[in-house]
Write a protein that binds this ligand. Structure first.
Ligand SMILES: [Zn+2]
Length: 439
């Protein structure tokens, strides 16, 4: 897995490196122009062009190859915008930067410097601040430094480290992703329990920032330059507040799953997007994979569409995925198709309108459950069906429908639930009997 490690600069970059960054930007723009004028999209041909230009600018050939890769990725998103019919101009890089691969730079943690190759045999170096944390990361066994991303005020190292092999799970934690919570089931050999992780504050923060940005935009309507700057910093503040909360949430969840040797089951939203695109292409009678038009824009109101598109579920899943891979927690990705409108008990599809209301009620068998928990139960059912390693586990739906069940944090009170059921069934454990006698 590839991770990023930002490193603070100890002093401003020296002049030769600043000029390297400026030349590199020039080179990327030249490759972009060449590709646009010739319609070239192959890395091999563009790198050959970039090498001749790098020779003119007196740069190392390795910089030319990364410059072509950067140019190609910029052009790829440009072509995507064109395909979607979005307004766009020919791409042009304005900021000086450098992307160097591992052959053209060296990190020296002892004198705390990074050396970068300018041209054949000529190097320039700059001082960095190496903290205890950086030393720890760089000392990871099996670590490979891949790339250096450099701008005049930012240094980021990309490194690859081997991921541990996931353990064989003995439990399952299946969760349905909702706007203010993750809801689902916790299946262990000793029983099934409803699980919920609430994060209502994220939606609240987003709403607060929306109103704040609106007010700012209104107040600064006469000065677009200042308005744009203020809005950007306001947006960044919102982003930071939301992601930091997500980090706390996902770290704790992955830790809990690891402690109980559970596999995580989550919905794979990429499948939804792919299905929607093909369905739309079919309805338009074209073979274009990306047809324009918002799904359900006629049904959903504008505030709802805004809320749904700013909902950070992709970020939540991204964090869960990489943290789970890092800690060796297996993740099962489940196709969420109809998980919120299907009965987990009898498997009957209840039609699109059954998504409404706080409770899911099956038209065929009368099964009732909280709508969000029900979707989580379906995710669990599919994960158990599709994963052979989870063969020993059984989803006990009746344990969920018990009126006494209040969803808790995953794995909390699992033992207690068993004790309660035993007590109901007339099996009283000795400890309880003793206590009863004494009172
Ligand atoms: Zn049913």
């Amino acid at each position: 897995m590839v991770r990023a490690l930002p490193i603070p600069l100890a002093a401003p970059l020296p002049a030769p490196l600043l000029s390297l960054l400026a030349t590199y930007r020039l080179l990327v723009n030249e490759v972009i122009r060449e590709a646009l004028s010739t319609g070239q999209t192959s890395l091999g041909k563009l790198s050959r062009f970039a090498r001749t230009r790098a020779f003119v600018h007196q740069l190392t050939g390795t910089h030319a190859i990364t410059a072509s890769t950067v140019a190609l990725s910029i052009l790829k998103s440009h072509r995507k915008r064109l395909r979607h019919g979005l307004p766009c101009r020919a791409p042009y890089v304005r900021r000086a930067f450098l992307r160097a691969d591992d052959a053209s730079f060296h990190v020296d943690p002892i004198p705390q410097r990074i050396r970068v190759s300018l041209r054949s045999g000529v190097w320039s170096s700059f001082p960095i601040v190496v903290s205890e944390y950086h030393r720890k990361v760089l000392a990871t066994p099996g670590l490979r430094i891949k790339q250096l991303h450099l701008t005049p005020d930012r240094v980021v190292l990309l490194y690859e480290k081997p991921a541990p092999t996931p353990y064989a799970p003995t439990a399952l934690l299946a969760l349905d992703t909702n706007e203010r919570s993750l809801d689902g089931v916790c299946v262990t050999p000793s029983g099934t329990r409803a699980a919920v992780l609430k994060f209502p504050e994220i939606a609240v923060i987003q709403q607060r920032h929306v109103t704040r940005r609106r007010r700012l935009a209104r107040r600064k309507a006469h000065d677009r330059r200042v308005g744009r700057r203020l809005l950007r910093s306001e947006g960044r503040r919102e982003h930071d507040r939301v992601t930091s909360r997500l980090h706390v949430l996902t770290k704790r969840l992955v830790e809990v799953a690891r402690k109980h040797r559970a596999a995580l089951a989550l919905e794979d939203f990429t499948k939804v997007a792919a299905r929607r695109a093909t369905r739309r292409a079919k309805s338009l009678g074209t073979s274009r994979p990306f047809a324009r038009g918002r799904a359900g824009s006629g049904i959903r109101s504008k505030p709802l569409r805004r809320r749904l598109s700013s909902w950070p579920r992709a970020e939540l899943h991204r964090q869960l995925a990489y943290k789970a891979a890092e800690r060796g927690v297996p993740v099962v990705w489940v196709d969420p198709y109809r998980t919120s409108v299907t009965c987990p008990k009898c498997g009957v599809y209840n039609g699109p309108r059954s998504r409404m209301g706080p409770t899911f009620e099956c038209v065929a068998c009368g099964w009732r459950l909280d709508r969000q928990l029900n979707a989580g139960a379906n995710v669990g059912r599919i994960a158990l069906r599709e994963t052979a390693e989870l063969g020993g586990l059984k989803l006990d739906l009746d344990a969920l429908s018990d009126d006494a069940v209040r969803p808790r944090y995953p794995f909390q009170g699992l033992g207690r639930a068993r004790a309660e059921r035993k007590e109901r069934e007339g099996i009283v454990t000795t400890a309880r009997r003793v206590r009863r006698v004494s009172t």
